[in-house]
Write a protein that binds this ligand. Structure first.
Ligand SMILES: [Zn+2]
Ligand SMILES: [Zn+2]
Length: 431
């Protein structure tokens, strides 16, 4: 082994979730399980490793994800694999592989877990990140499911106490009407060729809809005057979109039509949407919108993967984005402070008694923390203070001898000696 110092930072674009940050994540996971149950989504877990061609085909070759963001690897056996960059293709793969179309349809599933994209890390954006997604697959191609996915996502954000949530909603039509629109869009951009960035000049050739995704400020300016796809929707697509809007009205979804939401991936059609929350600056003067995620209909994905035509709609949130937004909005999700019990034991006999006492409390469903490894009373009291405990149970030689224990109220300092066999009942009274 070389003596060179090891790099002890986490890999660029990855991050630790430390013990004191876990409560927000637990709150988020709880919220996910809760809304999933309300709207009858069952959990599905798929592997982190998938075959490379699943995403090349599913997501599409001319997308940022496949072009430059995938972590690919070749196994010793020569298989080309990828660390999954998104969830939907993998779930479609599992649906086909396991014949899930034979279960009652539509199938409603949700997932959460780590995903991987090689891109420039920035606030709330990581190379290894967590995503939660909801998918409704199979059954009828009914706009009601489009709205059901959105309401599930909305309720999740509401359960996390977000206010000022908005849904930017659009329809990108089907193969037929989108082709007409793409031509119109291309013509428009051809006339503004000099104004747009290098990437967009390339997008004109391989993925014109992506022109509307560009965040470059010159391109943003050009986009403002671009033709809107909604004007070119064919009759069935127009009808579908109209019904989506009617259901959205019925449920009072906080939506606005945004003709420039296209979502970058090949498999989307018709309904597409993105979720935003408004965040106030510290002085309350400025608000910025933070994008938390989005989704859409992907009726073509199953055909792209060689299966029969299967209607489907889904959405995903970046979980780190949500956690960042919770911080930025100053949302307090801290649990109500519970009264904590702390055991202090001095000497080997007291430690023995103390251990069985912890078990006895555990049997009654009460957690007792301790720091018995420390020897002195002072050090253990200090530890109880750090934990923010309400009561200390103190066992010394004298207490062991008398089969008793001291209960000390750590706020007031008042203490009382009770018999060991009565201490659980006594503490229960105080809780
Ligand atoms: Zn159409
Ligand atoms: Zn551009």
């Amino acid at each position: 082994m070389s003596k060179k110092n090891i790099n002890l930072s986490s890999v660029k674009g990855t991050h630790d979730i430390l013990p004191h940050e876990q409560f927000v994540w637990e709150k988020l996971r709880k919220g996910i399980r809760h809304v999933a149950e309300i709207y009858s989504f069952s959990r599905i877990d798929t592997p982190i490793l998938e075959n490379l061609d699943l995403f090349q085909r599913g997501v599409g070759e001319a997308t940022d994800i496949v072009e430059k963001q995938m972590y690919t690897l070749t196994t010793k056996g020569g298989d080309k694999l990828v660390l999954r960059p998104e969830g939907t293709s993998a779930i479609a793969r599992a649906y086909i592989q396991h014949g899930l179309s034979h279960m009652s349809q539509p199938l409603k599933v949700y997932y959460d877990g780590p995903f991987f994209r090689y891109e420039q890390p920035q606030a709330g954006r990581y190379r290894q990140f967590n995503q939660v997604g909801f998918e409704i697959i199979g059954g009828e191609n009914d706009p009601i499911y489009d709205v059901q996915v959105m309401i599930t996502a909305l309720r999740l954000l509401e359960s996390l106490k977000f206010k000022n949530i908005s849904i930017h909603l659009n329809s990108i039509g089907c193969k037929a009407c989108r082709a007409i629109y793409k031509k119109k869009l291309l013509n428009y951009y051809k006339n503004n060729k000099k104004e747009i960035c290098k990437d967009c000049n390339r997008r004109m050739l391989d993925n014109p809809l992506r022109l509307l995704d560009c965040k470059d400020e010159h391109c943003e300016a050009v986009k403002k005057e671009a033709p809107s796809i909604i004007d070119d929707l064919c009759t069935p697509c127009r009808k579908h979109f109209k019904e989506v809007l009617e259901y959205a009205e019925e449920l009072k979804l906080p939506y606005q039509i945004d003709p420039f939401i296209v979502r970058g991936l090949d498999y989307y059609n018709r309904t597409v949407f993105e979720f935003f929350v408004e965040i106030e600056s510290a002085d309350g003067e400025k608000t910025t919108s933070l994008a938390l995620g989005g989704g859409g209909r992907y009726d073509y994905l199953f055909e792209i993967l060689g299966h029969r035509n299967t209607p489907a709609i889904g959405m995903a949130f970046g979980m780190e984005r949500i956690v960042e937004a919770i911080k930025a909005c100053n949302i307090n999700l801290l649990p109500r402070q519970k009264n904590k019990i702390f055991l202090i034991a001095i000497g080997i006999e007291a430690k023995k008694k103390g251990l069985s006492l912890i078990e006895e409390f555990a049997g009654s469903g009460i957690n007792v923390s301790e720091s018995i490894g420390k020897n002195s009373l002072g050090a253990q009291l200090k530890a109880s203070d750090k934990e923010g405990a309400s009561w200390a149970l103190i066992l010394g030689q004298k207490e062991v001898f008398k089969e008793s224990v001291i209960i000390r109220d750590l706020k007031t300092g008042v203490q009382e000696t009770v018999l060991l066999k009565k201490v659980v009942a006594e503490i229960k009274k105080r809780l």
